[in-house]
Design a protein around this ligand. Structure first.
Ligand code: SAH
Ligand code: SF4
Length: 353
């Protein structure tokens, strides 16, 4: 069987220029092709200021993307779109785009499945699949640019909050961030990119050295080890005080405020005791707390708190002197918390097989 043509974004800038040279084309054409991809081109043929001969050679040797959309779901009156993509080899991942008046944010996946296994998370319930390659991460954004271009919208923000633990696929994630921020490709400033992690301390230390001022989000969910050991199992290896120390070193080094995520689980981490422990942990730090109402996942023992309990917890955390917001529940109907569309599709696959 002939090997499939590689996706164009699997080539680095230097590799694409070498290919151009081998096809008697000047290196600057690389920038032109990337420009078309960044504007959402769906085929090489539509790159009309690229010579016909080059378009044909590109088509012969490459594909635009390696991702295959297999399910799409809409929510919030079509302001949220979630796509499940099949990767080469059969695993699937999801990406969710959320449209706002002044920006469009894409939530992307870095792994098929996740090895961390948080018990409230749909992604953690499936066996780990594999790491995504950098181009597979970038293609989620390029495919979204295409979707948004039709609506005259630009992709402005990217958050690594889909499936997977980005810090467990470090090199590919860093390479994809460099491509997102490359002005010749998507031109999204690292400040508009959020990398969310369950807390792999050595990678946070490494990230601080990259000269890449992305916003770091720490999935905290509990301020005491005893509870965090259960909710975020990696805590047994990297305990919460060490984690906050590493995150604050990141803040000091980059000048970027760290965002601490807190999935609110009724009667588990929404009590006065939790608010006080959180206060003790983060007071006077360059930190922001983001409360995320739990998006219910089947076969977990957790429930979402009532609206009044969410408000109460927010007030208790504010009373501790912390900066705190409640994340909107965008995409709930689209199964938009990590892994949920994937879970529904997997369940239906199991049901028919
Ligand atoms: N693995 C990384 C990034 C992906 S998860 C991490 O854990 O940070 C992105 C965020 O979604 C995390 O804060 C995670 O705890 C949260 N999350 C997972 N499942 C959720 C659910 N069912 N409801 C609400 N938030 C959830
Ligand atoms: Fe993995 Fe994040 Fe889900 Fe935990 S919350 S299982 S780290 S994707």
């Amino acid at each position: 069987m002939a090997l499939a043509r590689p996706p164009i974004l699997s080539l680095s800038s230097a590799e694409l220029e070498t290919w151009l040279g081998a096809n008697d084309m000047p290196a600057y054409r690389r920038r032109q092709v990337w420009g078309w991809l960044a504007r959402g081109a769906a085929s090489f043929q539509e790159m009309h200021d690229v010579p016909k001969q080059l378009r044909t050679a590109l088509e012969r040797d490459f594909r635009i993307t390696s991702l295959q959309p297999v399910a799409v779901s809409q929510a919030d009156r079509a302001l949220t779109t979630k796509t499940l993509f099949e990767l080469e080899g059969g695993h699937s991942v999801e990406a969710v785009v959320m449209r706002y008046t002044d920006r469009s944010t894409l939530c992307i996946s870095s792994q098929a499945g996740c090895p961390i296994g948080c018990p409230f998370c749909a992604t953690g319930k499936f066996p780990f699949g594999r790491n995504l390659k950098a181009h597979e991460i970038v293609e989620q954004a390029v495919d979204t640019v295409r979707l948004l271009a039709v609506e005259d919208r630009r992709l402005s923000h990217v958050v690594f909050m889909g499936m997977g633990e980005p810090m467990a696929n470090y090199q590919a994630v860093i390479e994809s961030v460099r491509r997102f921020s490359n002005a010749e490709l998507l031109g999204i400033s690292p400040r508009r990119i959020v990398v969310s992690t369950s807390g792999l301390i050595p990678r946070i230390v490494q990230l601080a050295e990259e000269q890449l001022p992305v916003t770091l989000a720490i999935s905290l969910h509990a301020a005491r080890d005893e509870l965090r050991d259960v909710l975020v199992p990696i805590n047994r290896k990297y305990p919460v005080h060490d984690l906050v120390e590493a995150a604050q070193a990141y803040a000091a080094k980059t000048g970027r405020r760290v965002s601490y995520e807190w999935v609110l689980l009724a009667d588990v981490n929404d009590t006065e005791r939790d608010a006080k422990e959180l206060g003790r942990l983060l007071r006077r730090k360059l930190a922001h707390v983001n409360l995320i109402p739990f998006n219910p996942v089947e076969d977990t023992p957790y429930r979402a708190p009532a609206r009044a309990a969410i408000r109460r917890f927010k007030e208790m955390v504010e009373a501790q002197g912390l900066n705190v917001t409640v994340r909107d529940t965008r995409g709930r109907e689209a199964d938009a918390a990590c892994g949920q569309l994937h879970e529904r599709v997997m369940r239906s696959k199991v049901a028919v097989s």
